[in-house]
Design a binder for this molecule. Structure first.
Ligand code: ZN
Length: 366
């Protein structure tokens, strides 16, 4: 999501004349057949529901999430930085694509393998990995990164994690044209093919986990994922489908879509990256988050983030809380509503990963 709609909706001159009123009524009349049932209250039944929902989401994503794929990665450049080294690398993406990325490794390296964190960017003029890896092309972008706490791949590397920041489809080196037109064309062609950007990015991000896990300096049993905005959405879907993710932080991408439709106005600021064909007859975003249970999931949203309503976020989190209670892990999910806008909150995310990726020793050195 890359901008915020403002202004009131115009009033319709006759009941139901306005298109949004018709669509809102259709959404109300369309139940989600696989939303989390309140009757689920034990881990085994929850797992059955999760398996059913994952299968039902494949037509929505337009892809079949894969088990681990062989990934060929090649480092082309290494730059020493303050407390870490930054490698530039490329690796095999979905459907034969190539993913460009930065890998940030603590320097000096730890004596034992470190936890690995996949750090996922959002929009920000389609700049991609440069945002999370703190490699701004100019002072304007540097100020943007600072104002959004966007360089979290750096922050985590300096605290002892090995971090991987890949360019998503349509971002960074994968988008030679940074205009909105490039992004919109990419989204349309994806849909003409019956695919989805969310699904394709899920396949690529799963390969990112494989790259992290294959590094000798990474402990493959301690993998996490974190992202802001579109990166938060990528985090949400990767954690939901790839059980190698042991802990996740979704920042600036969580709400009840069904409720947002009823509010409507905020939807004007959501772009083609948010398309999920036929999602609502199946479930809602909070149900996708419920697929992560019982693995630890922190959701962050700013109270002044114009893309979502707090009431919608809190209502959606009720579903997540229900899933974690059923899983017997009520303390493994949390909603961090902070006083801020569409930005990343570093400290809460750091504490989350310190708690769940066993890096207590690391946290005392950073
Ligand atoms: Zn987009």
């Amino acid at each position: 999501m890359n901008n915020t709609a403002t202004g009131a909706l115009p009033a319709s001159s006759a009941p139901g004349l306005a298109t949004h009123e018709l669509l809102q009524r259709l959404v109300e009349a369309t139940p989600a057949r696989l939303s989390l049932p309140e009757s689920i209250n034990d881990p085994a039944t929850l797992r059955d529901w999760q398996a059913e929902l994952r299968a039902a989401l494949e037509p929505v994503l337009g892809v079949t999430p894969e088990s681990v794929q062989p990934v060929a990665a090649e480092i082309s450049d290494t730059v020493p930085c303050a407390g870490y080294v930054r490698h530039h690398l490329c690796y095999t993406g979905a459907f034969g694509g190539t993913v460009s990325a930065y890998l940030l490794a603590p320097d000096p390296p730890a004596a034992t393998p470190s936890p690995g964190l996949l750090c996922l960017h959002g929009h920000g003029d389609n700049l991609g990995k440069a945002l999370v890896a703190g490699v701004p092309p100019n002072d304007t972008v540097a100020a943007y990164i600072a104002s959004h706490n966007y360089d979290f791949a750096v922050r985590f590397a300096q605290r002892g994690y090995v971090t991987l920041a890949p360019d998503a489809l349509g971002f960074g080196e994968r988008a030679p044209d940074k205009s909105g037109g490039y992004h919109n064309a990419m989204g349309r062609v994806t849909e003409y093919l019956g695919l989805s950007l969310t699904g394709l990015r899920l396949l690529d991000d799963s390969r990112g986990l494989t790259v992290l896990a294959s590094r000798p300096e990474v402990d493959p049993t301690r993998l996490g994922v974190v992202g802001l905005s579109e990166g938060g959405k990528r985090t949400l879907f990767l954690a939901a489908f790839d059980e190698r993710v042991r802990a996740a932080v979704v920042s600036g991408y969580f709400t009840s879509l069904r409720r947002e439709v009823q509010t409507w106005r905020r939807l004007h600021g959501w772009d083609l990256c948010n398309h999920l064909f036929g999602l609502l007859p199946v479930c809602d975003l909070p149900d996708v988050a419920a697929l992560v249970a019982p693995r630890p999931l922190l959701i962050q949203n700013g109270r002044r983030d114009g893309l979502y309503g707090i009431a919608e976020v809190e209502a959606g989190f009720g579903t997540v809380r229900g899933a974690y209670a059923a899983a017997g892990a009520p303390d493994a999910c949390a909603l961090d509503l902070f006083d801020g806008e569409h930005v990343f909150m570093v400290l809460a995310a750091e504490r989350w990963f310190e708690r769940f990726l066993d890096v207590a020793a690391i946290s005392q050195t950073g």
